[in-house]
Ligand binder design. Structure first.
Ligand SMILES: Nc1ncnc2c1ncn2[C@@H]1O[C@H](COP(=O)(O)OP(=O)(O)OP(=O)(O)O)[C@@H](O)[C@H]1O
Ligand SMILES: [Mg+2]
Length: 338
């Protein structure tokens, strides 16, 4: 329910809820203002905008912003992704067919292959690529001029991007998690588009369970809509919203079944830890990777779980969240290290 990756059918629904203009894009004031200047200035100079890199966790609006950049520049948009560009030739084919001012969006740009990356350096800087024809001693390189274009790269892992690539972007926008107030606005806008009636308190309740992420907020809103429809509730208030989300096992802090299972295993079976990750995964019946990439980041961000060299530890806040009393400090000394 609160995973950050979109399910297949969710993508179409997301497209419908995407803001189309910069002024409809909620929150991220810093990035929005900076980007607005970059775009305005290039419009005034009638040139393609500088290359833009967008980084940040899943579901915060990177793809949405890429589409907005193209729309604001009145430019065509070409969408591809790092994993789809395995050979330099794949990239050459895309680059050589770009039109003047076009926006090229490369999602997950950190997953592009090395040779393609090197071709991209030159394309970004000099609007030129060398196309290699033939093999071995007979190979020749044919220089190809490219029209000015704007590259928009998106990555969830800015740290994995090689320095030379990062440096070639004229502007980098880092997206932060949204405040509850900002999510409230996202929800109000989406509810309007979904023709749902929700009270301000109802929105606040859904927002506070959305983990700072618009994608999750929109998903929870659709589940609340289902619940309200089936229960014949015309206007969703705080009680209705919280009953609906309780039904889907999303608790008041946005934790789902797996998150709570992890904390409960830590607290009730291991007195709060430290416990090794693999032991924890077995206890909750999940793959180690799922626990590490799906549950942990949010638990750590919320200050409910700490990673230590000796294993995972539940914080006092975790005990409180589960309605349990943390043990006295010295009994926490661990018998369970891995
Ligand atoms: N600032 C915003 N205002 C309103 N809606 C937003 C905003 N940011 C994101 N959304 C909504 O959240 C959904 C997910 O956003 P988007 O697909 O742009 O995320 P992403 O950062 O590209 O995620 P991923 O890393 O998984 O590709 C979209 O449907 C969009 O409607
Ligand atoms: Mg995306």
């Amino acid at each position: 329910m609160v995973g950050t990756a979109p399910a297949a059918e969710e993508k179409a629904l997301e497209a419908a809820l995407r803001p189309k203009a910069l002024e409809d894009f909620v929150g991220q004031a810093t990035v929005r203002n900076q980007l607005s200047l970059v775009l305005q200035s290039s419009r005034m100079r009638s040139t393609a905008a500088d290359h833009v890199l967008l980084s940040g966790p899943p579901g915060l609006g990177k793809t949405t912003l890429a589409m907005i950049i193209a729309a604001e520049m009145n430019a065509a948009l070409r969408i591809t992704s790092g994993p789809a560009i395995q050979h330099a030739g794949d990239l050459a084919a895309i680059l050589s067919s770009l039109t003047d001012g076009e926006v090229l969006f490369i999602d997950e740009i950190h997953r592009m292959s090395r040779p393609a990356e090197e071709m991209l350096y030159m394309a970004m800087e000099d609007f030129r690529v060398d196309i290699i024809v033939g093999k071995g001693a007979g190979a020749t390189s044919i220089p190809l001029e490219l029209p000015p274009f704007t590259l928009v790269g998106a990555t969830t892992r800015a740290g994995l991007l090689p320095g030379p690539l990062r440096d070639r972007f004229g502007f980098t926008g880092h997206l932060e998690f949204y405040s509850t107030q900002e999510l409230h606005q996202v929800l109000r806008r989406s509810a309007g588009m979904l023709d749902m009636r929700v009270s301000e308190e109802g929105f606040a309740e859904i927002a506070s369970r959305s983990r700072g992420t618009p994608r999750i907020a929109n998903r929870l809103l659709r589940r609340v809509r289902d619940w309200a429809l089936v229960h014949g509730v015309d206007q969703v208030d705080r009680t209705a919203a919280s009953q609906a989300l309780d039904t889907y096992e999303v608790d008041a802090r946005g934790l789902d079944r797996l998150d709570r299972a992890v904390l409960e295993a830590l607290c009730t079976k291991f007195k709060g830890g430290p416990v090794g990750l693999s032991t924890l995964a077995i206890l909750v019946g999940e793959e180690t990777e799922t626990v590490e990439t799906v549950a942990e980041p949010y638990l750590v961000r919320e200050g409910l779980l700490a990673r230590t060299p000796r294993g995972r530890v539940a914080t006092d806040a975790a005990w409180q969240h589960l309605g349990l009393t943390p043990p006295a400090q010295d009994s926490q000394a661990s018998l369970w290290d891995e």
